[in-house]
Design a protein around this ligand. Structure first.
Ligand SMILES: [Zn+2]
Length: 288
């Protein structure tokens, strides 16, 4: 029996009809009209679901940017969905379509999808990272998303790596890894990730320096995450992961130097495999 997965993001809303084997049978993508307010974007969510719905669908999985509460299905106040405040999204969708519905944080959902169907298949403990405009992370322990007491666990992007940093994060705190090593941090220096990796590979000294600094920051943080979690594997997705080997090789070298875990060097650090499909598959995997 298929399920329906819908990824509600600040830039796009993507829905898909997904089989138990994670095949996407049909999908719909639309740019989020986030600036037009809550009612309009909620209408877009309903329209995307309606466009993918079939009579056999047994459940709907939703992923959305945090903060949200996966236990109650409530979207709290995500910065990139203006006007969405304390929205009981799982309940609203469930009532509208008469189907069971679950809500999950997008990075947690992506981590679960990579664990079930992607780069971490067969692993039980996974640290997943979306390296993009922000840094989202998900912790999978024993094959399940680790939620913590209030459903707020796994916000690894907001771990402080420089408590005296002048760089303030979108969350309001200084020196989060997201403030220092995300796509936004690179953009502040006028750099696009793909160009950075290519220029560094070609030996451009300035690009090499930026890449090395980025890798040192991410590597130190990742070493700490490996000390904390001792995962089977670290999976990295998102736009910055497209830098490929120039970034990954550095992280594999630096993270073990920054970890007390004596097995850190044998912890695989690998690129995500689901690519563009991760939003829909992530949402679907919450109810699969
Ligand atoms: Zn932060």
């Amino acid at each position: 029996m298929p399920v329906l997965g819908i990824d509600v993001g600040g830039t796009k809303i993507a829905a898909g009809l997904v089989t138990e084997q994670a095949e996407i049978l049909h999908s719909e993508v639309a740019p989020t009209r986030a600036g037009e307010g809550y009612a309009v974007s909620l209408g877009q969510v309903y329209a995307a679901i309606r466009a993918c719905l079939s009579p056999e669908v047994r459940a709907i999985g939703i992923c959305a940017p945090g903060p949200l509460n996966p236990k109650t299905g409530v979207v709290l106040n995500p910065p990139n969905l203006p006007g969405w405040r304390d929205v009981p999204l799982a309940g609203l969708v469930s009532r509208e379509f008469g189907l069971p519905c679950s809500l999950e944080n997008d990075a947690n959902a992506a981590g679960l999808a990579e664990t079930r169907f992607g780069a971490a298949r067969g692993c039980s403990s996974v640290f997943y990272i979306t390296l993009s405009t922000g840094i989202g992370t998900g912790i999978i322990l024993d094959g399940r998303i680790y939620h913590g007491k209030n459903g707020q666990a796994g916000e690894g992007g907001h771990v402080t790596i420089d408590y005296q940093s002048a760089e303030r994060c979108g969350c309001g705190l200084p020196g989060c890894i997201e403030a220092l090593a995300s796509g936004t941090a690179l953009a502040r220096r006028g750099l696009a990730p793909e160009k950075l990796a290519a220029a560094a590979q070609a030996g451009d000294a300035a690009s090499l320096e930026v890449l090395e600094e980025l890798a040192q920051r991410l590597g130190a943080w990742l070493g700490g995450m490996i000390s904390l979690l001792d995962p089977d594997v670290v999976v990295i997705g998102g736009g910055l992961s497209r830098m490929g080997e120039p970034l990954f090789a550095r992280l594999r070298r630096i993270a073990p130097q920054r970890s007390i875990n004596q097995f850190a060097a044998s912890t695989p650090i690998v690129p995500a495999q689901l690519g563009e499909r991760v939003g829909i598959l992530g949402a679907a995997s919450v109810v699969l």
